[in-house]
Write a protein that binds this ligand. Sequence first.
Ligand code: FAD
Length: 447
Amino acid sequence: SPTVTIIGAGLAGCEAAHQVARRGFKVRLFEMRPAVSTDVHNGGRLADLVCSNSLRSDDPFHPVGLIKREMAGWDSLIIGAARAAAVPAGSALAVDREGFSQGVSQAIEGNANIELVREEVTAIPDGPVILAAGPLCSEALSRDLYRFVDDRALYFYDAIAPVIEYDSLDHDVVYLKSRYDKGEGADYLNIPLDKETYERFHQALVTGERVEAKNHEKLIFFEGCLPVEIMADRGVDTLRFGPMKPVGLEDPRTGKQPYAVIQLRQDNFAKSHWNMVGFQTQLKWGEQKRVFQMLPGLERARFVRYGMIHRNTYVDSSKHLLPTLQFRRRPDLFLAGQISGVEGYVESAAAGLMAGVNMARFLAGETPDPFPATTAMGALAHYVSFQGHAKLDPTNINFGLLPPLARKGRMKRREKRAAMVHRAVADMIAFAHARGLSEFAMPDYDA
Ligand code: FAD
């Protein structure tokens, strides 16, 4: 059978390569870095996490906890490598980004069915292809893709949060604690703010100088990843009810809850780098230094990396894809990852997983079939390919994407979520069993 070309060794591309290869097919996985770089990736690392080091909630009854477990059932490379490189983060799954990327690289480079080619692909090749070139798809390939779909480029902006050196923090001010003491121990560093400091900081955020968009286009942000100063623009208290929420974070030295809190999350195994949680920003670098150093405990902060904004390219999949992630016009061409209209590390990898599984079915002469719409993975694929969108807005996984429950009558929110999760688990197991995966199981649920 022909070799599958996979474009982009990011989260979606590595996952797709692993899924195709473990079904016995050969893969040529193209990655343009380090020769051709992007503004946000680090050197030549595979599956590079460009911003936060968190794969978000690990609660099995949270939609992103559910999707991780569905993926684990399908032997996900990305979820396996993330668990192996996990760092403490309360009830979230966060990783040492270098350890994570190394784990993925070893699996890819050690796989006899995968050939990693460090080259830019400048046009969509013939033959079986999975296009997973990400939101920063190179210019030449983007042009060819837009020619193929005969559509204007869609885009939105994403922002990155700063990372700070541990040694530069004032440890008399910051304190260790997880919200409501969830998780194994105290995993977050917290910066307590009183009312006056908070208000001064808010004022500095809304008046700080910001970076503008390229080519004077309109700055459209993804609602789930708004820059901190845009949230601040919405009102003086917006941040206190958002990323600076103090509930469950009493200062252990006083026993009191501060007026507002900024959390820092461990960013590497060595605990030398800490990420400002929810502080993605479009402030100019000099302004970030000035404004963030106003915070108590950060007066002498050294920044490993400043925050920044970046343009994300995606395709309006609702016009072009089937829920199997195949192009309607060309069934041997699949689209996966952020460029297909999903948003987030885990969601991108999930799209790669579905494209990989279905590509293998396509090559085996079987009919690729969509993952059930009642599962978290399937719901994403159905959402992006749904033909009723006026315009596709990229999305994270959430329970609103899953079809409503058949059971009528009033249910508490928790009950409803649990029922949706149990339905997803049962339907995913049935789907896998029907495809001959008799061993298929999902961790953490007794289905
Ligand atoms: P990527 O991981 O970007 O992988 C695509 C790969 O393709 C890259 O390695 C790239 O070098 C390569 N490539 C591109 N063009 C070519 C070509 N022509 N030939 C060969 N190789 C090519 N998600 C979160 O969950 N949390 C976050 O904090 C977060 N922050 C983000 C911040 C920014 C600035 C951006 C842009 C996105 C962010 N995302 C975040 C969204 C998304 O989850 C990530 O972009 C994720 O990496 C997408 O996975 P992917 O596999 O689709 O793309």
